[in-house]
Design a protein around this ligand. Structure first.
Ligand code: PAF
Length: 273
C-alpha cells in the first residue's frame, strides 16, 4: 500500500492504471473500525484498485471543539488499511484540500433538510463538497458509503445524479457490535454506562420496525421506546428513502455523544441485531 498526500501525486499514480483497472474509492475520516473494513472489503471484491481517503474534513464539523475531539489514529489506520488490501491511502493536509482562496460549496437542497441536516446546519453542504472534490481527484468507477450514515448517502447519490458525475455509488450495510450497537468512530467517547444506555437506539428502531410489520406506526413506536429510555435524550426519529428502500432513522445523545442509526422498514429486508 502506498500512502500519498498530494492530489498531483495520486493523479500521477492512478493515471497509467486507469485503463486496466476498475478503481474504487472509500472516503473516510480515519479512526477505522469494522464498518470501514466492510466498505473496503466490498470495494476489494468489486474493483481491482482500492483507494481509501483519510481526511478529517474541518468544514463538516459544527464546532472547532467537535473537530478537535475527532479521533485521529493515522498509524493504526494505515496498518488496518494495508491489512485489508487497500492499494492507495490518500491522506492530504487541510491546505492541500482547501488552499488559500477556496470558496466553492455544493448544496443538495431537499435531501439535506431535516434530521441530521437540521441538527447540523451546513454539514451536508460540506460533505457534498468534499465528496465531489474526492470524486474529481480520484475519478473512481465506484465509491463506497455506509448505510449507517443514510442521509449522507442519500445526499451523495442525489449530487451524483444531479451533476452527472460518472461514479457508481454503492451502499454497504451497517456493521453492528454483537449487542446491536452500530459501529461508529464516536463510540470511543462513550463510557461503559453510556454505551449500555446507547443500546436504546437500535432497540427503539427494532421496536419501530416490528410495529411497522404489524401495520402500526414505526415512528411513534420508536419514539415511545426512546422516551422511556434512561440516560438518553432523543433527537429525532423519522422515515426516509434511500436507494428505493424505506428506512426508519433516529438520533440520540448519550452524555455528550450524538449517535445515529437506521433500519430498513421494507418487509423481507435483512436486519441483523
Ligand atoms: O462519513 C464520513 O466519514 C465523512 O462524512 C466523509 C464521507 C468521508 C466525508 O468527509
Amino acid at each position: 500500500m502506498e500512502v500519498i498526500t498530494t492530489i498531483a501525486g495520486l493523479r500521477e499514480e492512478l493515471y497509467p492504471r486507469r485503463a486496466h483497472a476498475q478503481i474504487a474509492l472509500v472516503p473516510t475520516m480515519g479512526a477505522l473500525h469494522a464498518g470501514h473494513l466492510a466498505l473496503i472489503e466490498a470495494a476489494r471484491t468489486q474493483c481491482e484498485l482500492v483507494v481509501i481517503s483519510l481526511f478529517v474534513n474541518p468544514t463538516q464539523f459544527g464546532s472547532a471543539a467537535d473537530f478537535d475531539c475527532y479521533p485521529r489514529t493515522l498509524e493504526r489506520d494505515g496498518q488496518a488499511a494495508e491489512a485489508a488490501g487497500v492499494d492507495y491511502l490518500f491522506a492530504p493536509s487541510t491546505e492541500e484540500v482547501y488552499p488559500a482562496g477556496f470558496q466553492t460549496q455544493v448544496e443538495v437542497a431537499d435531501v439535506s433538510r431535516g434530521m441530521e441536516g437540521a441538527a447540523r446546519p451546513g454539514h451536508f453542504g460540506a460533505v457534498a463538497t468534499i465528496c465531489l472534490k474526492l470524486f474529481n481527484i480520484v475519478q473512481p468507477d465506484r465509491a463506497y458509503f455506509g448505510r449507517k450514515d443514510a442521509q449522507q448517502a442519500a445526499v451523495v447519490i442525489r449530487m451524483v445524479h444531479d451533476l452527472d458525475i460518472d461514479v457508481d455509488v454503492r451502499i454497504v450495510p451497517t456493521v453492528r457490535d454483537t449487542d446491536g450497537l452500530a459501529l461508529s468512530s464516536r463510540n470511543v467517547h462513550l463510557t461503559q454506562r453510556e454505551r449500555q444506555a446507547a443500546l436504546a437506539l437500535p432497540e427503539a428502531l427494532a421496536a419501530g420496525r416490528a410495529a411497522h410489520a404489524l401495520g402500526g406506526d414505526p415512528v411513534g413506536a420508536a419514539r415511545e421506546a426512546l422516551t422511556e429510555a434512561v440516560d438518553v435524550v432523543m433527537d429525532y426519529v423519522d422515515t426516509m428513502r434511500l436507494n428505493g428502500q424505506s428506512l426508519l432513522a433516529g438520533s440520540i445523545t448519550v452524555g455528550s455523544t450524538r449517535l445515529i442509526d437506521n433500519v430498513i422498514l421494507d418487509p423481507g429486508a435483512q436486519e441483523v441485531f
